[in-house]
Design a protein around this ligand. Structure first.
Ligand SMILES: Nc1ncnc2c1ncn2[C@@H]1O[C@H](COP(=O)(O)OP(=O)(O)OP(=O)(O)O)[C@@H](O)[C@H]1O
Ligand SMILES: [Mg+2]
Length: 263
């Protein structure tokens, strides 16, 4: 069974590089284009999607599925009412309560191995039985076990990085020591860019430089947008502000992934 670009883990070396923002907007962009998408919060260290979708009623969390106490159907929340376009969007949330976060951080290796088995089973069931086109795992930065599990379960790792020096160094190390180890197809998203990349040639230039530096495909170059920052993670730009340049860049990224055009 070969999955190609269907299951994505959005990961990074450092925190705050834009994983959650990219995950949500990418998922919504696929859904806008008639795809059936499932977005999952595998960041048990600092769950974020529960805030993004706080108005939704949660019956069970992803924590419960990984603990083996419920089926995945009870976790997934149908977000079709928030989607313009012909697709479908479902989300699986991780529990943001302090108690749940503490419980997840205390899990041992054996539990994490079982959780990986459950993640692989979920992947097969959603793609093969339930007809999902894409699964997107939003992860914790660095070498958290849940992130490694997400990387193992994915067939494309999207690495969000910035120009921060320690982030650049750490990202380079992870490319060679982590993703290569699992033989994962990897692409970089350079986020929060402060240079002027409004022209297509400027973007292509920087893209080529980044490709040379990281030696992997560059899926996207995203400038730092004040209004994206001001929205404080409360807006899905690809759905609510489709004309915003940030939304257009994410739509382009979705298109690239869909057509397997990763330069
Ligand atoms: N291109 C951008 N322009 C402006 N603000 C951005 C951009 N990308 C991300 N941000 C903002 O940076 C902050 C961190 O983004 P986000 O939460 O998506 O990062 P993260 O990698 O998921 O963080 P964590 O590692 O803590 O999970 C958010 O407030 C987000 O809105
Ligand atoms: Mg996040």
């Amino acid at each position: 069974m070969i999955f190609l670009g269907k299951i994505m883990a959005v990961h990074s070396y450092k925190g705050g590089t834009g994983k959650t923002l990219v995950s949500v907007n990418l998922a919504a962009s696929f859904a806008k284009h008639n795809k059936k998408v499932c977005l999952m919060d595998l960041d048990f260290r600092a769950p974020s999607l529960a805030t993004f979708f706080r108005s939704e009623k949660v019956e069970y969390w992803l924590n419960d599925y990984l603990n083996g106490t419920c089926k995945i159907d009870r976790v997934l929340i149908d977000l079709r009412h928030r989607i313009n376009g012909g697709g479908e969007l479902f989300v699986g949330l991780s529990n943001p309560s302090t108690e749940a976060m503490r419980e997840m951080s205390a899990k041992d290796r054996k539990w994490e191995m079982r959780a990986l088995g459950r993640l692989l089973a979920l992947r097969n069931s959603l793609i093969n039985d339930k007809g999902f086109d894409y699964l997107i795992f939003d992860t914790s930065p660095g070498l958290q076990y849940s992130s490694i599990n997400a990387i193992v379960a994915a067939d494309l790792v999207i690495v969000a990085t910035t120009f921060d020096r320690s982030d650049v160094e750490g990202t380079k190390r992870m490319l060679h020591e982590l993703y290569d180890l699992f033989e994962k197809k990897t692409g970089i998203v350079v986020n929060k860019v402060l240079y002027d990349v409004s022209s297509k040639s400027g973007r292509t230039d920087l893209q080529n430089k980044m490709k040379e530096m990281y030696q992997v495909p560059v899926i996207s170059i995203i400038p730092c947008f004040c209004d994206v920052s001001r929205a404080e993670g409360a807006s899905i730009f690809t759905q609510e502000k489709p004309e915003h340049p940030f939304a257009k860049i994410v739509d382009e990224m979705a298109d690239r992934i869909e057509t397997n055009d990763l330069m």
